[in-house]
Design a binder for this molecule. Sequence first.
Ligand code: MSP
Length: 504
Amino acid sequence: MKKNFYVSTPIYYPNNNLHIGHAYTTVLADIIARYKKSFGYNVYFVTGSDEHGQKIYVSALKEKKDTRKFVDNIIKNFKELWKELEINYDHFIRTTDEKHMQFVKNIFNELLKKGEIYKGVYTGLYCIHDEEFFTKSQAKNNLCPNCGRELQKISEEAYFLKVSKYKKWIESALKNDDILLPKTRVNELLKNFVKDLQDLSITRKNVNWGIKINNESDDVIYVWFDALLNYLSTLTYDKSNLKINDVWSKNSNTEILQIIGKEITRFHAIYWPIILKMLNYREPKILSHGWIIDDSGDKMSKSKNNAVSPIELIKKYGKDSIRFYLINGISIGEDGKFSENLLIKNINGVLVNKYSNLINRTTKLFLKKRKDGVIPKRENNKIKIINSTKENLNKIKNNYIKEMNNYSFHQASKSIIKYLDELNNYFDKSAIWKIEDKKKLDNHFNFLFNEIWNLSILFSPILIDSTREILKMYKEKEISFAKWDKDFSNIKIKNIDILFKRLK
Ligand code: MSP
């Protein structure tokens, strides 16, 4: 039976268009989804938009637009971007979908009945102008950090989630159960948040954009409680090939991966597992990546005016280059820089000099020596340099698989570069352009073409357009690990254009 793989991205706020930082999370999810498919998994890949924040309401108000219409427009741009990057998601959830909203209400009432949600009084510092609560540490001198106006101490009735009851449990789960990767984030979380874990207020009053707990009430569900539940509700839609129990029931063996950025780790690695526990579901697996930062080390964000728009970059450099930079240029877990210069360096250094060049020089030489373009058979299996190269390549491939399975994306991409280096070295060391003996040469050509195919399997979850070209070259319809070490003897190759051209 096929194994299942469920992968999610955060659902993004549609108060603004997305930038390279958001593309980072989503590209990683797409890469691992394609990789798992390549191994024959039944994959369910979900993304979407988180539409009920006050931020969104305010942004729409500023533009004097109806909130839903304002959001519709931005979501069109989200989907456009995912199309440009060829993000192959299975479901795009919107938290304003009727289906999701009803689901959230139902869960709220289920937890209320179970006693996991109770009514209490929320006390905090409130900015009447911004309609927002702040904590003491956020509000220096009792002033609103947004507008500078004086804050009022306000108490209002609210519903609370009994998070504190699970303090011991979450502490042990974080320490022992691999809920959160990389492991280095666990201590941070324990120290800063779990230590004084308090019940979470999950409703607000005086909010006019959000999910009401029921039609008669003026209690609106807190946007994070609403948003986290998307990871369940997304499995209730008719077209989903996996249902909630297939993924989240305690006896499910579906592999789960939820990719997020580090600043939302607290919600995903504390509150989310606790909500799942309350519902009697299994634990999640969260991969928390670092930020994309600019040259001066600041987090890329719209509000800082340093956000790079992916659409223009894709037009200029192609989706493959961007996808490759995101996996290769940034180490998971750490912050990483992004700039056009770094992107160009990456394209020239790896995709042009190593990948494209290898294919180019192999096919050029081959078509010079073999006018018919038919890949010959390998007759001799005792060629030393071929055997020793193959041995190294096998080791590198196994490392790549290990790293991908551990979600060490950055390392996996380094393994692809090692594979490339090994093949380029082999090309140089064997000096095949000098070999006159036809039979000897046949062996080398056969090996090279078979290995360029294997190499392209490693690249295939990352490089989309290039993989399409490779398929044309080998006259294949599909590329996957099932076709590892396929022998292309007697196949007439099709000459293809240069995959990556050198950039200035
Ligand atoms: N709506 C919430 C998520 C709810 S999930 C149940 C949210 N949305 S967001 O639009 O602000 O950001 C979503 C994701 O984008 C986060 O994972 C965040 O880390 C990521 N990034 C935003 N800026 C980023 C960088 N500069 N670098 C890397 N990731 C960045 O939070």
